[in-house]
Design a protein around this ligand. Structure first.
Ligand code: 2AM
Length: 176
């Protein structure tokens, strides 16, 4: 049977920022709060695609390559806890227009290509902890990181020896 990888469009964070976030997270949360996402896996999902055939992946990549959207500044200055999925996240108080437009485009292309898209509103976030189903003290506002986002990626979510790894299959530039 052909293997259909689990794919999503997303934004990669610079390695220096991933490291900074990991140090901040270690200072903010106890081990009981949840399972920390590995530094290299800290990312922001734009559109989740699910298990996608090679044909559909090619089609989505052709569409992605035609996207002409501006680069944007990502300000990470908000955090929260979603107890049901057990996610503690980092996000933006005001999401940049460029980010929302890019995600909307990718999500509508995915939907038209037959990839189920959640009816829930898009809430851009970086998952910091998983398995956080108990109440968690969310750090008070006052933290702030920012970075310029000049590319977006197609990632494959891969499991090896019980570990998840997000591998970039392709990337496209945003307009500067
Ligand atoms: P999460 O971090 O909020 O769990 C790879 O799994 C990425 O795709 C993660 O960022 C994850 O979001 C997101 N993802 C996984 N399953 C999803 C789904 N069914 N709908 C939307 N996003 C999903």
């Amino acid at each position: 049977m052909a293997h259909t990888p689990r794919l999503f469009f997303g934004i990669a964070l610079p390695e220096t920022l991933q490291q900074e976030l990991v140090h901040w997270r270690a200072a903010q949360f106890t081990a009981e709060a949840g399972k920390p996402v590995a530094a290299a896996n800290l990312h922001l999902t734009l559109a989740f695609l699910g298990d996608v055939s090679a044909e559909k992946s090619q089609q989505l990549q052709r569409l992605a390559a035609r996207i002409q959207q501006p680069a944007f500044n990502l300000h990470l200055d908000d955090a929260g806890h979603w107890p049901r999925p057990g996610v503690v996240w980092l996000g933006c108080r005001q999401a940049p227009r460029g980010l929302l437009q890019l995600a909307a485009l990718l999500r509508s292309q995915a939907a038209r290509s037959g990839c189920y898209q959640s009816p829930l509103p898009f809430h851009p976030h970086i998952t910091l902890l998983r398995g956080a189903h108990q109440p968690v003290a969310v750090p008070p506002r006052g933290f702030h990181w920012s970075c310029v986002i000049e590319h977006f990626h197609l990632f494959a979510s891969e499991q090896t020896q019980g570990r998840t790894r997000y591998r970039s299959l392709a990337q496209w530039p945003l307009l500067s």
